[in-house]
Design a protein around this ligand. Structure first.
Ligand code: FE2
Length: 281
């Protein structure tokens, strides 16, 4: 079983045009979570925290994965996509060689709550044609390996059930797992991939019997191994379990663009200034 290698705690940051959110990891943590670059948790009852949104901005060299638990985020992009990501929906956007888009949270009754994960693309795919997979909540299968566990399979395969997001370069797994109280669950993972869990509700122990329970807004990075084991006590636990194959390449990263070299980065920003940034659309 994989042991807990490191626990990361959410830190408040301000992003976009003034959105208050919590960051679990980003540039300072490179290359700890390779192929993943960044994870943000936006979770607020106060529209002033999020209405400023993320007006038009470019991306190149990465994929962004947005999962909304509650609320709505309107988006539009340079490929002509336009719509609203709603509660339970996932948007998997491959920026590839270039996309310009806008992500604007809408005023929500109660809590706006969602996550954005960035996954790096290897040099061989950084300039691929951009693509966009918009997955509605009802398209995400939920499987129960036993009566104590339910798993929303966003990407990857559990018990022969494949998630709707497919064809992703780093062969990621993205699961939303809930475990009832007083239960144990073991989940197999590919031996050499990067695996982390992000607790979103309740608490659970992610290792042998003695490990203290991990609480919400804590991210567990696992050491290498063939699977993870989670144990609950009186409380249930809900967590995202995410894994992927490390890219293991040099990274040059500035804002929303992640390339291999400084030259590539400078070219990207120069092209954005000149209006020649978009290659495929
Ligand atoms: Fe973006």
């Amino acid at each position: 079983m994989r042991r807990v290698r490191k626990i990361l705690k959410a830190k408040p940051v301000i992003e976009g045009a003034g959105v208050r959110l919590k960051r679990l990891f980003g540039k300072p943590e490179l290359p700890l979570l390779d192929p993943f670059l960044l994870l943000d948790d936006f979770h607020s009852n106060d529209p002033d925290d999020y209405l400023a949104g993320f007006p038009m901005h470019p991306h190149r060299g990465i994929e962004t994965i947005t999962y909304i638990l509650h609320g709505e985020v309107a988006h539009r992009d340079s490929m002509g996509n336009r719509g609203v990501i709603q509660s339970g929906d996932v948007q998997w956007m491959t920026a590839g060689g270039g996309i310009i888009h806008e992500e604007m949270p809408k005023r929500t009754e109660g809590t706006l709550w969602g996550f954005q994960l960035w996954a790096n693309l290897p040099a061989s795919h950084k300039m691929m044609a951009p693509r966009y997979q918009n997955i509605k909540a009802g398209e995400i299968p939920c499987v129960s390996p036993n009566t104590d566990v339910s798993i929303k399979v966003i990407c990857g395969e559990v018990g022969g059930v494949r998630g709707p997001v497919q064809g992703i370069v780093s062969r990621p797994e993205y699961l939303d797992i809930t475990i009832h109280p007083n239960a144990v669950y073991e989940h197999a993972t590919e031996k050499d991939c990067t695996v982390f869990a992000y607790v979103i509700e309740g608490s659970g122990s992610f290792e042998g019997e003695d490990h203290p329970p991990i609480l919400p807004e804590n991210l567990i990075l696992f050491a290498y191994g063939s699977g993870i084991r989670v144990r609950t006590a009186e409380e249930p636990v809900r967590f995202l379990l995410i894994s992927g194959q490390a890219v293991r390449e040099q990274i040059a990263w500035s804002g929303p663009i992640v390339m291999n070299t400084r030259d590539e980065l400078e070219t990207a920003f120069e092209e954005y200034r000149l209006g020649t940034f978009l290659r495929h659309n």
